[in-house]
Design a protein around this ligand. Sequence first.
Ligand SMILES: Nc1nc2c(ncn2[C@@H]2O[C@H](COP(=O)(O)OP(=O)(O)OP(=O)(O)O)[C@@H](O)[C@H]2O)c(=O)[nH]1
Ligand SMILES: [Zn+2]
Length: 205
Amino acid sequence: MTIANANTGKEGFLNLPDNAEERIAGHVRGILEALGEDPGREGLLETPQRAARMFLDVFSGLYEDPARHLEKQFSSDGHSGLVIVRDIPFRSTCEHHLLPVVGKADVAYLPDGGRLTGLSKLARVVEGYARRPQLQERLTDQVAEAIWRVLHPKAVLVVMRAEHMCMTVRGVKAPGAETVTSRAMGQWADDAAARAEVMALMRAG
Ligand SMILES: Nc1nc2c(ncn2[C@@H]2O[C@H](COP(=O)(O)OP(=O)(O)OP(=O)(O)O)[C@@H](O)[C@H]2O)c(=O)[nH]1
Ligand SMILES: [Zn+2]
C-alpha cells in the first residue's frame, strides 16, 4: 500500500520519488553554498552526492513496510510464555533537526497460544521504522502497533532508550541525557503489575 505520508499513516510506505538522489545532491550543494563554502574545493567535490546517498540510506524505511517482516511466522510448539528481545541497537533521525538518534530497544510480546515470529524479525521491524524521520514516541508506537496488528499476541511492550544528538551537539548540549519511551498494548496495557514484571525482566542482569 502507498499512502501520502508513511509517518502519519499507521501502515504503508512511500514510493521513492524520481531522481531523488540527484535532487537531494542539488539541495546539499545549495546548503554548502549558502554557508559560504566552496562546493568546488577538493574535499567537498563528491559531498553532495555522498550526502544524498546517506539520506536515502538513513531514510530507506520510508520506502518499505517494516511490518512485513513479521509475516514470517511459525507454530509455537506449545510455548505459551512471553518472548523478549532486549538491547536491540537502533539508529534513527530526529525529524526536528535531522540529527541522529542512537539507542536500544527492548521488545516483548505474549503469544496468543499459536504463532511466533523469528527473533531477528523483531529487530528488523525496529530497524525499518527507525530509518525514517522520527519522533522517539512515534517510533515506539509504530513498532508496538505493527507487532499487535500482524502477530495478534495477547500483549506487547516496547521500551526504547536513546540519546538524541540534537540535545548533545547543539542546543541544550546535554550529552548522556537518555530519553526513555514505552508503549504497552493488550493485557500489559491494562495490568500494571504484569507490565512491571516484564519491565523487570527486560532489565534483569
Ligand atoms: N518529543 C520529542 N521531542 C524531540 C524528539 N527529538 C527532538 N525533539 C525535540 O524537539 C524540540 C524542537 O523544539 P524547537 O523549540 O522547535 O527547536 P529548537 O529551538 O532547536 O529547540 P532546542 O533543542 O531546545 O534548542 C526540541 O525540544 C527537541 O529536543 C523526539 O523524538 N521526541
Ligand atoms: Zn532533534
